[in-house]
Design a protein around this ligand. Structure first.
Ligand code: PTJ
Length: 247
């Protein structure tokens, strides 16, 4: 890839594209992942390519949920692995979460390539390869999960995916934290906490909030969670997209 000057107006977007391209070349990201990235970019452009205040608040709430959880799990697909592998590992460490690979286009080769990529970025134990449990009500490959991973989790961070697994996990009684640039997507709509932000910005922000809140009392964390208004967060993002207004 040609060197991208740091002051290029589309620097971050071009670096992100390069990571996705490299992910496809490494067998991590699916070709559909390229399309998903394009869709995300369009929403990011409309959001002003920045973390809007309501998203920052949702990121703080997501951090509080992860810190309160008995068994939090961060779900990783081919786009997430290509874009933010080190950031996933960093967040997992701060909140004590498991990391599980879960793919729509699941093949043994991609599962192994992603697990290895995460290990190269410091992950100790990558779940998802056992696939000894199923999410009820889902026909496709995303139903395959680890019994001691997503199946057992109480809080799951689900970034960048279409809505049916998000809905099925919610039916299992799990609390879902979704990162998705499209506030109208089914997964954002069904999430306990929709984080409408680019995962490139969202994951480091959740980690920073988690570091800040690490010493907070349970009561304080519970108050942060109870005070969250998911509808207002979705509306603020949609308003920014439609009207360019600050929320
Ligand atoms: O790796 P696999 O096999 O599990 O497949 C993963 C993809 C992403 C291909 C699959 O989950 C898929 O097709 O997803 P969708 O239906 O395209 O949904 C992806 C959602 O993520 C869309 O709503 C996009 O707007 C959003 N999105 C894309 N890039 C980003 C994003 N959200 C946050 N940050 C991004 N960088």
């Amino acid at each position: 890839m040609a060197e991208i000057p740091a002051d290029h107006p589309r620097h971050d977007s071009l670096v992100t594209r390069h990571r996705i391209e490299a992910g496809v070349e490494k067998g991590i990201t699916s070709k559909q992942g390229l399309v998903a990235q394009g869709r995300g970019e369009a929403f990011d452009y409309l959001l002003g390519e920045e973390t809007i205040p309501s998203a920052d608040n949702a990121e703080r709430v997501a951090a509080a949920y992860l810190l309160l959880a008995e068994h939090p799990v961060l779900s990783v697909n081919g786009n997430v692995a290509a874009l933010v592998p080190g950031e996933v590992v960093a967040l997992a460490e701060v909140v004590g979460a498991d990391v599980e690979v879960n793919l729509f286009n699941r093949t043994a080769e991609r599962m192994e390539a992603i697990a290895e990529h995460l290990r190269e970025h410091g992950a100790q134990d990558v779940k998802g390869l056992e696939a000894d449990a199923r999410i009820p009500g889902l026909e496709h490959e995303r139903a395959k999960v680890d019994r001691d991973g997503i199946y057992d989790a109480d809080v799951v961070l689900v970034p960048l995916e279409d809505g049916d697994r998000a809905e099925a996990l919610a039916k299992m009684g799990k609390t879902e934290l979704v990162i998705d640039l499209n506030p109208m997507s089914r997964s954002a709509q069904s999430a306990a906490v929709p984080v409408v932000d680019n995962i490139i910005r969202a994951l480091p922000s959740i980690t920073e909030h988690a570091r800040d809140l690490r010493d907070a009392s349970r009561k304080e964390l519970e108050e942060i969670v109870a005070g969250f208004d998911r509808e207002a967060a979705l509306e603020a993002a949609e308003k920014r997209i439609r009207e360019g207004d600050l929320d």
